[in-house]
Design a protein around this ligand. Structure first.
Ligand code: SF4
Length: 168
């Protein structure tokens, strides 16, 4: 017999016919009308993410995410997170911090990706390097050849961005 379906029915349990009654704490403490409690779903925190995709001679500038935390150790395009909407200037500054001077091309694309605790609102720009990029990139960054874009372990929505870039 399916006790959950036929006897212990949420909101209207048939305790009088229940073989578990003697051991049921909800029944003993008179809480059968209050249980089970519905879990309230916590809303994902909105995060604005600016992403810059640079392709140079068939290679895209990518980096490894940190070893710990969300999407740990996976590949992504350079990006900046913010807890409030931010401008493309913030992205340009981010590249400057990496020693790369960029301009942005065309209109950005939008992508939304919801995790259990975070809700990424992504704005993605095609960027062009305004001068020859430095040979030495910051640790964890590299130029990834097109042939490898299919096979690397992309961080969640960044796989979609790699597809967009390969189709453009
Ligand atoms: S006695 Fe307990 S297990 Fe049985 S129907 Fe009532 S609440 Fe459910």
């Amino acid at each position: 017999m399916e006790l959950g379906a036929l006897i212990c029915i949420p909101k209207s349990p048939r305790c009088d016919n229940c073989p578990w009654q003697s051991g049921c704490l909800a029944f003993i403490f008179g809480q059968t009308d209050n249980l089970p409690k519905k879990r309230t779903k916590t809303a994902s925190k909105p995060i604005w993410v600016l992403v810059g995709m640079i392709e140079l001679e068939g290679r895209a500038l990518v980096r490894l995410r940190p070893e710990k935390g969300l999407l740990a150790g996976m590949w992504e395009f350079p990006s900046v997170e913010s807890d409030q909407p931010s401008s493309k200037e913030a992205l340009i500054r981010h590249f400057q911090d990496m020693g790369i001077s960029v301009g942005v091309e065309g209109e950005p694309r939008e992508l939304r990706h919801i995790f259990s605790h975070r809700d990424w609102h992504m704005t993605i720009y095609r960027c062009i390097s305004q001068e020859k990029p430095p040979r030495e990139l910051p640790r964890g960054n590299c130029w990834l050849a097109r042939e490898q874009w299919e096979s690397v372990n992309w961080a969640g929505p960044h796989r979609t961005l790699a597809k967009w870039l390969s189709q453009s």
